[in-house]
Write a protein that binds this ligand. Structure first.
Ligand SMILES: [Zn+2]
Length: 169
């Protein structure tokens, strides 16, 4: 989720280690039946910019996926944060993601991407609340600041934390 230039080194709101997830994400994408991407997709002047600074503006370079992300297996892209006055950390905001997963009869979701301590965490917690068996692949995620508390909070909510190796072997 949210694997976008602005959340990577060189972008407006970067996860310092964001580029390190590239090989892990590539391995995961090749292993799953369905791959859904999310994009933070803000109109100019979005309310979240007061806190985070301007980032992921619709149609800008910063909102695009980086060249290393193989987009061929992405079946659906969920746009989030499109309401000028409301932010959505979770990929489930707006309801489209839950609808798609229901339509595909998906029971288990595995989450990777950016950033561990905000959007990955909120998406994983919401997936649990909605009743999905939920995993987060830790080395295929990178935090904006710190991941330790986020990992603990997710584990406490019943999210399974994995490494890529555990998933692909
Ligand atoms: Zn945002």
């Amino acid at each position: 989720m949210d694997i976008q230039n602005d959340f990577l080194p060189g972008g407006a709101l970067p996860a310092p280690q964001g580029d390190r997830i590239a090989p892990f994400v590539a391995q995961l994408i090749s292993r799953f039946e369905h791959v859904i991407a999310t994009k933070d997709w803000h109109p100019p002047g979005h309310s979240s910019f007061a806190l985070f600074g301007s980032h992921c503006i619709q149609g800008s370079w910063g909102a695009e996926h980086p060249p290393w992300l193989d987009q061929r297996k992405i079946e659906r892209t969920i746009l989030k944060g499109t309401d000028p006055h409301q932010d959505s950390f979770s990929g489930f905001g707006g309801g489209e993601l839950a609808r798609v997963l229901k339509e595909w009869v998906v029971k288990r979701v595995m989450i990777c991407g950016l950033v561990t301590d905000i959007c990955v965490k909120e998406t994983a917690l919401e997936a649990r609340r909605l009743g999905f068996e939920t995993g987060v692949v830790r080395d295929a995620c990178a935090p904006l600041q710190e991941e330790k508390e986020a990992i603990a909070e997710m584990e406490a909510a019943g999210v399974n934390i994995y490494t890529t190796e555990e998933i692909v072997t």
